[in-house]
Design a protein around this ligand. Structure first.
Ligand code: FMN
Length: 219
C-alpha cells in the first residue's frame, strides 16, 4: 500500500488496464474513500454507477448509439471505426464506474461547489485505487453530456456525469507510460500582499525567474 504522497505522485492516466480489477471488498473501500471527500453542507452529491463486466458491451452499445445520434444531429458521416471503438470502449478495463453529481437542490450550497465535491471524490477514488496498486483513468468526452447516455443511466435533469472511471491492473512495464509531471511551481503560485504594502505582482508567467524564486522563498 502506497502512502498518500506516493499515490499522488504515482497516479497517471492508463488507457488500457488488465485483469483483475478491484474485488468487491476493495471497490467498497474505494467508494468509502471517495465519499470521504470534502463536502460543503454535507450534500453527499456523489453517486457511483458500476457497470458490471457482463453488461460492458450493452453500455458500449449505448455509447455507439449516442455517437451515431450525435452524427445525425450534426449532419456528419458515421465513422465505422469510431462505432467499433465506442462499442468496445468498456473492454479497456475490467472495472468501469460512472461518477455522477446528483446535487441537493433543497440546500443553499451552490451547484458548482457540489460538483467540486464530486470531482474531489473522483480523485479520492483514483488515489485510493493507486495506493492499492491498481491503474486508473478518468475520462469524459462527448458521451458525458449526451442525452442518450444520460437516459440509459437514468439520470435526473440536474444530475451531471463528472467522469467515466476505468480501473484495473497495470499493464506490463513495457506498455505502461508512467506519470509525466512538468509542474513549474513558480508559474502557478504567487504570494499575496495587501496593495498598500507592495506593488501588485506581475503575472507569474512574465515574472523573471529570480523574482519568482524570491517570491517562492517565503513559502
Ligand atoms: C474532468 C476530466 C476529464 C477528462 N477527460 C478525459 C478524456 O475524455 N479523455 C482522456 O484521454 N483523458 C481525459 N482526462 C484525463 C486527462 O487527460 C489526464 O489527467 C491528463 O492528460 C494528465 O495526465 P495524467 O492523468 O496521466 O496525469 C480527463 C481528466 C479530467 C480531470
Amino acid at each position: 500500500m502506497l502512502t498518500t504522497v506516493e499515490a499522488i505522485n504515482a497516479r497517471c492516466s492508463t488507457p488500457r488496464l488488465a485483469e483483475p480489477g478491484p474485488t468487491g471488498a476493495e471497490l467498497r473501500s474505494l467508494f468509502r474513500a471517495a465519499a470521504a471527500a470534502p463536502d460543503h453542507g454535507k450534500c453527499k452529491p456523489w453517486r457511483f454507477v458500476v457497470v458490471p463486466p457482463a453488461y460492458a458491451d450493452d453500455f458500449g452499445e449505448v455509447l455507439e448509439q449516442a455517437y451515431v445520434r450525435r452524427c445525425a444531429l450534426a449532419g456528419d458521416d458515421v465513422d465505422a471505426e469510431r462505432c467499433a471503438r465506442e462499442r468496445t470502449r468498456l473492454r479497456r478495463a475490467p472495472t468501469f464506474v460512472v461518477v455522477v453529481c446528483q446535487p441537493r437542490t433543497d440546500l443553499k450550497i451552490p451547484l458548482h461547489e457540489q460538483q467540486a465535491a464530486v470531482a474531489a471524490a473522483t480523485q479520492n477514488l483514483l488515489l485510493a485505487a493507486t495506493s492499492m496498486g491498481y491503474g486508473s483513468m478518468w475520462a469524459t468526452g462527448a458521451a458525458a453530456t449526451d442525452p442518450t447516455v444520460r437516459e440509459a443511466l437514468q439520470l435526473g435533469p440536474k444530475d451531471t456525469i463528472v467522469g467515466f472511471v476505468y480501473l484495473g491492473s497495470l499493464p506490463t512495464s513495457r506498455e505502461r507510460r508512467g506519470p509525466r509531471r512538468d509542474t513549474d511551481v513558480s508559474a502557478v503560485v504567487r504570494t499575496w500582499a495587501p496593495a498598500a504594502k507592495g506593488r501588485p505582482d506581475p503575472a507569474p508567467a512574465t515574472a523573471s525567474k529570480a523574482r519568482s524564486d524570491r517570491r517562492m522563498s517565503g513559502i
